[in-house]
Design a binder for this molecule. Structure first.
Ligand code: C5P
Length: 240
């Protein structure tokens, strides 16, 4: 059912895992399925918001679950995603960063396929796939916090954490919530068959000080509904 607080609001959601190219056929990627972000985009659209989904790698079958009212844009790498998100966020009341954005990318992208072994070049340096030099990607969410494209917008992040115990993983999430400074950070403790892919999800939502706001558990659609409820509560009254 529509939520009055979301009527006419613009919500930007990111989903999926970025793929950072090494050469024309290889990339560094991650295990994000994009299902949670896609479920969020669908849930918030069903409540009456105008939704834009910016996605990195997400299977077509997952994207096909979106209602036709969601505007869908692709951004395959972290650098692409930063550009598209900063552009689109200028018009967004809420930004939910559910994408798994690679922290690092290969320092250079080979124009031709890298070879396992090449004749030793004269400088003696290996020319094949023995080492990959990485450089840091922009932190898109941190950039939205420090330099908001639209004043007053609500910023929501996700963090998949692992640890020796649930408590340990949650402690990483608490530190990240403080460091990133988003209004809300949904921490997903990976493991126990929770988290990635077509499985139930469980999140603990923290505020920017790392304090627990709420917990949600269930299918990705159920977790999405709980997060949309929270977004509705956190939106400043008044609309656009
Ligand atoms: O990868 P990490 O756990 O730091 O991700 C936490 C949040 O930060 C997520 O919402 C993710 O979308 C965002 N992020 C980002 N830019 C990055 C890395 C992560 O916006 N380079």
């Amino acid at each position: 059912a529509p939520s009055p607080a979301l009527q006419g609001r613009h919500v930007l959601v990111t989903a999926g895992g970025t793929r950072e190219p090494l050469d024309p056929v290889r990339f560094l990627g991650n295990r994000s399925s994009g299902r949670q972000g896609t479920a969020l985009a669908a849930a918030v659209a069903a409540r009456g918001a105008q939704v834009t989904l910016v996605h990195a790698h997400v299977e077509q079958a997952v994207l096909d679950t979106l209602p036709g009212t969601v505007r869908v844009l692709e951004a395959g790498t972290a650098v692409d995603m930063e550009r598209v998100v900063r552009q689109e966020a200028r018009d967004a009341d809420v930004v939910v960063m559910a994408a798994a954005v690679a922290d690092m990318r290969p320092a250079s992208v080979s124009a031709t396929k890298l070879k396992k072994s090449l004749p030793q070049p004269e400088d003696g340096k290996p020319a094949g796939l023995t080492t990959v030099e990485l450089v840091e990607n922009p932190d898109i969410l941190a950039g939205l916090v420090s330099d908001p494209p639209r004043p007053g917008q609500l910023l929501v992040g996700f963090a998949a954490e692992t640890g020796d115990s649930h408590q340990d993983a949650l402690a990483h999430g608490t530190a990240k919530a403080r460091r990133k400074g988003a209004h809300l950070l949904a921490v997903n403790v990976v493991g126990e068959s929770l988290g990635f892919g077509d499985v139930p999800n469980a999140v603990v939502v923290l505020d920017h000080q790392g304090h627990e706001v709420t917990r949600a558990r269930g299918t990705k659609a159920q977790v999405a509904e709980a997060l949309v409820d929270l977004v509705v509560q956190c939106l400043p009254a008044g609309g656009r």
